[in-house]
Design a protein around this ligand. Structure first.
Ligand SMILES: NC(=O)c1ccc[n+]([C@@H]2O[C@H](COP(=O)([O-])OP(=O)(O)OC[C@H]3O[C@@H](n4cnc5c(N)ncnc54)[C@H](O)[C@@H]3O)[C@@H](O)[C@H]2O)c1
Length: 394
């Protein structure tokens, strides 16, 4: 019987020092852990370290962080390109490229280095925890610990046990991440977990509207920010997340849902991914981030904006309703997940109640009638609730 024990003195290792790894490392170091960050690429390590230190100095200058807090984080993080340096860790969180084989490969190496009492977590957005567990020696110590971008700011963390994760590993991990000041939600090992399943139409329906030439990317972003109150438009957000991450997540969820057309990826995003036009990190994605780029001006036609808003929102609500119907999570957790994990201005189920389930159904059924595609089939739950005149939150 292994003895798992996570507390303030535990050494935490983060594998991968990209957008997510460096954010998670900051959270861990801020709590007071001795934190080791490993990356295969020395250049990435140097850049991430400089970026983190510069951002901490700026936060101190602006009076948002005390000098002590900034010093504590800097002193608690050690950056390395030697995987052996993680050997004394009690918890390893992997945040490398979203690829099953590459992740499985690193877990095998990690298992050879750490003690059997070390808990191993993955920050995967979409790969099943069961498949990531399959090649491990000690399968009960493994689980999903899914932070959101930027990890040092967004409070939500989905905790995803596999069928084989021990209850001790689950409880120890959940308690520690709660103590880090995060809001943890226990999530089933289903495609995209909660947030990345329900959020798919925010990206895919927006791209569909763009591909149909109904509106350009700037207009769709404008509509969803100005009319609906989303903090970022879908195209800005995809460029920020990176198409190497966002496209792969979409494709993985679609395949894992047995090719359900509701989750079908788009050709235009696939081409950006294939061309290495990942968005902000590569200088070009749906938008051009080069110095001389011409700013794209949206068409601020309110009627067009409303059409875009209702179409995307109806698809999002449909996904949230289906997640309730299939018992993926409770109504309360779905509302928390979407407001705290991806910063939606309002819970989708509350939004459905406010607009009216009947109106959401009409939007979906009109789309279904027009396209005759299974993509637009309405959730059974929306239909039954409409028939019975029910609301989600009352
Ligand atoms: N970007 C997001 O919005 C987001 C949000 C939640 C979860 N995630 C997930 O987090 C993980 C990392 O995403 P990211 O956005 O930080 O990616 P990223 O590309 O910014 O960083 C990945 C890092 O992993 C390193 N790396 C690649 N292969 C490695 C290996 N074999 N050993 C060690 N280091 C290796 C790379 O050098 C890079 O620094 C992915 O699984 C992704 O799905 C991403």
């Amino acid at each position: 019987m292994e003895n798992y024990n996570l507390d303030k003195n535990s050494i935490i290792a983060i594998i991968g020092c990209g957008a997510m790894g460096s954010g998670i490392a900051q959270v861990s170091a801020d709590y007071g852990h001795n934190t080791i960050v490993y990356d295969i690429n020395e250049d990435v390590i140097n850049k991430s370290k400089t970026k983190l230190f510069v951002s901490l100095d700026k936060l101190v200058e602006k009076g948002k962080f005390s000098q002590d807090k900034s010093d504590k984080i800097k002193n608690n993080i050690k950056f390395t390109t030697k995987l052996e340096d993680i050997s004394n860790s009690s918890l390893v969180i992997e945040a490398i490229v979203e690829n099953l084989e590459i992740k499985q490969n690193i877990f095998n190496k990690v298992e050879e280095l750490v003690s059997p009492n070390c808990i191993i977590g993955t920050n995967t957005s979409s790969i099943s925890i069961a498949s990531l567990t399959s090649k491990l020696k000690y399968k009960e110590r493994f689980l999903g610990i899914h932070f959101f971008n930027p990890a040092q700011i967004l409070p939500l963390v989905e905790i995803i046990p596999s069928l084989l994760t021990s209850s001790d590993v689950l409880n120890q991990t959940k308690t520690l991440i709660d103590n880090w000041g995060k809001l943890t939600i226990l999530t089933k090992d289903t495609p995209g977990f909660i947030v990345n399943r329900i959020a798919r139409p925010f990206y895919s329906e927006s791209i569909r509207i763009f591909e149909e030439n109904i509106a350009d990317v700037a207009t769709i972003d404008w509509a969803l920010k100005t009319i609906s109150g989303f903090r970022m438009g879908p195209f800005e957000l995809m460029d920020y997340i990176g198409h190497d991450v966002n496209y792969v997540v979409t494709e993985t969820v679609w395949k894992d849902m047995f090719y359900d057309p509701r989750f079908k990826p788009s050709i235009s995003q696939k081409r950006l991914f294939e061309s290495g036009q990942f968005g902000l990190k590569s200088g070009k994605g749906f938008y051009d981030y080069s110095e001389n780029a011409v700013k794209v001006i949206p068409n601020e036609d309110i009627n067009l904006g409303n059409v875009i808003f209702m179409r995307v929102l109806a698809m999002l609500i449909n996904e949230a309703a289906d997640a309730v119907y299939y018992n993926i999570a409770s109504i309360n957790d779905i509302e928390l997940a979407m407001t705290k994990g991806v910063n939606y201005p309002k819970g989708l189920l509350l939004w459905a109640d406010e607009i009216g389930i009947d109106k959401i159904l009409i939007t979906l059924d009109n789309l279904y009638e027009l396209y005759r595609e299974d993509r637009y089939r309405a959730s059974v739950l929306l239909r039954t609730m409409n028939k019975n005149n029910q609301k989600f939150l009352s």
